[in-house]
Design a protein. Structure first.
Length: 433
């Protein structure tokens, strides 16, 4: 009798496999899977590249280490091409509203002629547990979300799998690969940092060297002008804050200082304006403050701005790390006496203690164990300061786009770098060039 019960899970899996195989269309296959894995799905509009598209609401345990924990519904957008084609798994680091758009196609899908699965990250947008238990927002649990989705949908898709993501999404791809190295055949991370503290000081050194000295000096001149003559600019800043209905969990002068500190990071991260466009118009304080908003975004550290992506800040302060602000050039113009970090983004009622060990383990994994990984960075993007470092122990590659910002993608790389990535990826997946 015991032998029979021990064989039941295998028997059930075989029955499921047979049922999925005999189901003809994607909807039929999803029907079979939804009965076992308890998820719901609905068909949604798709563009001409894919043939069908579905929104799946997959039930996930809030704590994968405790299967009896509460569950939440995680949004997964599945865009179908063919059951035997490769799969591009987008491990989004934030919300995934964009993936609902009928025209959304990840740039890897046309390159690989691949199906597309986009997973909204836990604790964002419509994938938030109720009640919210912040202790379970860990990289381990997020990776386990992705693993379970792969486990479910590999019943349908039998081709090669690639996980990918941009910035925090690229970090999510790294973490997924670390915890479940066999889930996918290759990984591609865009502009994804690997930070080692909540004040990773490599960013400071980067900002002291990026670009040319004239441009860096222009940036510094703007920052010092705004801080040195703070009382002159604060009224305009307060007017804009009121106009935008923003509030801050600190004194308005502190918020102003932090936004000025952020200016250099934001300038290089996005590359939205050129070095010749750095404003120096002290006779017009309104324009100077508007320029700050254009480059830094004054909602960046507002209560409203933080609340939109608070889960990110929590993860950064818990495990993922972040950057701070080097106030050495500004000490005589600010009341800050030490380099501020983003601990202010987490309320005092929520205790968070940074744990450096997970990122150290992932660093070791990427350096010494992880094959078939591609990392793409922009040369002037400050997040490149904390980019992954590779060794000769793996076949993974790291590409840095000359002059590239945080918007660096395959499509805007120089032709030689683009060719290297496409040919390498196709080689790893056994696809024809």
């Amino acid at each position: 009798m015991n032998k029979i019960f021990r064989r039941l899970p295998l028997f059930i899996s075989l029955v499921l496999f047979v049922n999925v195989c005999f189901a003809q269309g994607l909807e039929e296959k999803l029907n079979v899977l939804s009965e076992k894995y308890s998820f719901t799905f609905e068909k949604i509009t798709v563009n001409d590249f894919f043939t069908e598209k579905y929104l799946l609401l997959i039930q996930q345990p809030v704590d994968h280490n405790n299967p009896d924990s509460n569950q939440f519904s995680q949004r997964v957008f599945l865009s179908h091409l063919d059951f035997d084609n490769p799969v591009v798994l987008i491990t989004e680091g934030y919300g995934a509203d964009y993936a609902a758009h009928p025209k959304y196609v990840n740039e890897l899908c046309p390159i690989l002629n691949a199906n597309q699965i986009c997973v909204e990250h836990r604790y964002f947008n419509e994938s938030i547990p109720e009640p919210v238990d912040w202790a379970n927002l860990t990289i381990d649990n997020a990776a386990s979300d992705h693993h379970r989705i792969v486990e479910i949908l590999k019943n349908i898709y039998h081709g090669k799998w690639v996980n990918t993501g941009i910035s925090k999404g690229g970090q999510s791809a790294m973490y997924h690969r670390y915890f479940y190295p066999d889930d996918v055949d290759a990984s591609l991370g865009y502009v994804c940092p690997l930070n080692f503290s909540i004040e990773d000081k490599r960013v400071y050194r980067f900002l002291e060297q990026v670009g040319d000295s004239i441009c860096r000096q222009n940036i510094l001149n703007y920052q010092i002008e705004m801080l040195k003559n703070k009382e002159y600019y604060l009224p305009e800043f307060k007017r804009l804050v009121k106009k935008k209905n923003l509030t801050y969990n600190m004194e308005i002068e502190e918020a102003f200082d932090l936004l000025i500190f952020e200016y250099s990071f934001a300038f290089w991260q996005w590359g939205n304006i050129g070095c010749n466009d750095i404003l120096m118009d002290p006779d017009n304080p309104e324009n100077m403050v508007k320029h700050l908003d254009k480059v830094t975004g004054i909602d960046w550290i507002s209560d409203q701005g933080i609340s939109k992506i608070f889960a990110f800040y929590y993860q950064a302060m818990l495990e993922m790390g972040f950057y701070g602000y080097n106030i050495e050039p500004f000490k005589e113009f600010t009341d800050f006496t030490s380099n501020p970090t983003f601990v202010f983004s987490v309320p005092d009622s929520l205790e968070v203690v940074y744990n450096p060990i997970p990122m150290q383990k992932i660093d070791h994994f990427i350096r010494h164990e992880a094959d078939n990984m591609i990392f793409i960075y922009g040369e002037t993007d400050p997040w490149s300061a904390t980019a992954v470092d590779l060794t000769y122990n793996t076949n993974s590659i790291k590409i840095v786009k000359p002059g590239g910002s945080h918007t660096t993608r395959i499509r805007n790389l120089p032709e030689d770098q683009k060719k290297l990535i496409v040919e390498t990826l196709k080689s790893w997946l056994g696809l024809a060039y």
